[in-house]
Design a protein around this ligand. Structure first.
Ligand code: ASP
Ligand code: MG
Length: 409
């Protein structure tokens, strides 16, 4: 028997905790679960845009802040929200205690600013739950084996939440966001986007990796490996949200969603004599710094060679510095006027008509793809940024994803 079937692990994002009033609302919501007899771990993000502000602060005093110190700084954001939430809960007459990532036993590797969780030793969390307390855990942070404070990468509090749910084999894992679920497109950009009732791990992983901000892709990866159902819900209402789960067994070949990534740059090499060798060199450099390549295009066809490698923009400084150190990579340039649009759905590969619809729709919106790549469950188009939001809205409609008046599914 699982002793923690009664345990609920919840994560509240920055928007849900942006003001003292919202923190009090979250406290009431947590207390309501407690009254219903649940054990609760609440994983918190930093209030509002605190993490962005701390990051900017670092940039004021340093052009290239040491990563260890950056982690020290950024983890302060979650410490503020965890203690305030704990106080707000105490104020309502319930016992709560807040813990840092380190105190919660979130053990990571040593890669500052993008550490991976290697173990969860949640002894203190367990003890306090056993005493009946509501435990508040700072998301997005951990401790390395050498006792250094680390962070899991932007958006990482989702990952803390799922890792704790997996470690306890909790009865329920819930992620509360401002949008209230997983949609067929970002509802802030596409007003006609529909909320999905359920989505498979594979599709969610692909959406998250291709830029959907609603969940950190690593949280989905952990959920898939440990079989944790993630309930994505609204922190501002009681509406039901989306469940990310394996239990979507019927064979479907419909499109689940469109996502975009505006936070990318393209590493380009003009007419290399050996495009594959150059690609290899660049990928080796990226690998050494654990920087994921989101799209790789290398070809030598009809006497023309090209190399395009798309990476996250937030690592651009690191990449520029690394590539500059490589003497024979001096023909490399960085192009930041790009974005990717991805279409995700199981069985997409079996429907060539989808690609045609996508290309025709983009053409009508004036988008000329720079590169296209497909996988079994997705199709990604690299394009110039201009007009991209309008293009996504049109595409959403052309693919038949727009909400109709009769319902969400
Ligand atoms: N506060 C961190 C961030 O803004 C972690 C999170 O919110 O998930 O990236
Ligand atoms: Mg988040």
């Amino acid at each position: 028997v699982n002793p923690w079937k009664n345990l609920v692990v919840q994560n509240f994002g920055g928007t849900s905790l942006a003001t003292p009033e919202r923190i009090k609302q979250v406290a009431s919501r947590v207390v309501e679960e407690k009254r219903a007899g649940k054990d609760i771990i609440v994983v918190v993000s930093a209030m509002g845009d605190t993490t962005d502000r701390l990051f900017k602060l670092a940039k004021v005093v340093s052009s290239n802040p040491p990563k260890r110190e950056l982690d020290m700084l950024l983890t302060a954001g979650e410490r503020i929200s965890m203690s305030l939430l704990s106080m707000a809960i105490s104020e309502m007459g319930y016992e709560a205690i807040s813990f840092t990532g380190s105190q919660s036993g979130i053990v990571t590797d040593t890669a500052h600013t993008r550490a991976k969780i290697v173990d969860v030793r949640a002894f203190r969390v367990k003890d306090e739950l056993t005493k009946g307390k509501i435990v508040i855990v700072a998301g997005f942070q951990g401790v390395s084996p050498t006792k250094e404070v680390t962070t899991l990468g932007r958006g990482g509090s989702d990952t803390t939440c799922v890792a704790l749910a997996a470690a306890f084999d909790a009865g329920r894992c819930e992620i509360f966001t401002d949008v209230g679920g997983v949609y067929t497109a970002d509802p802030r950009l596409v007003p006609n986007a529909r909320k999905l009732g359920a989505i498979s791990y594979d599709e969610m992983l692909e959406l998250a990796f291709c830029g959907a901000g609603v969940l950190h892709w690593r949280s989905v990866d952990i959920a898939r490996r440990f079989g944790v159902d993630i309930h994505v819900r609204s922190s501002f209402s009681k509406e039901c949200g989306t469940v990310v789960t394996a239990k979507e067994k019927i064979e479907r070949t419909d499109i689940r969603g469109i996502t975009q990534d505006l936070n990318v740059v393209r590493i380009a090499v003009a007419d290399p004599s050996d495009p594959v060798a150059v690609t290899n060199r660049i990928l080796t450099t990226l690998e050494r710094f654990d920087i994921p390549a989101k799209l790789v295009v290398a070809s030598r066809l009809e006497k023309k060679s090209t190399v395009s490698i798309v990476i996250p923009k937030d690592q651009i400084e690191e990449i520029t510095a690394r590539l500059a150190e490589e003497p024979d990579l001096n023909k490399v340039s960085l192009d930041d006027d790009v974005a990717t649009i991805s279409i995700v759905g199981n069985g997409l590969c079996a429907r060539p008509g989808v690609a045609r619809t996508v290309l025709e729709s983009l053409a009508r919106s004036g988008i000329k793809p720079l590169a296209i790549s497909t996988s079994g469950i997705s199709m990604t188009v690299l394009a110039r940024r201009q007009n991209i939001v309008a293009a996504i809205r049109n595409l959403h409609s052309d693919l038949g994803l727009d909400a109709t008046r009769n319902g969400t599914q």
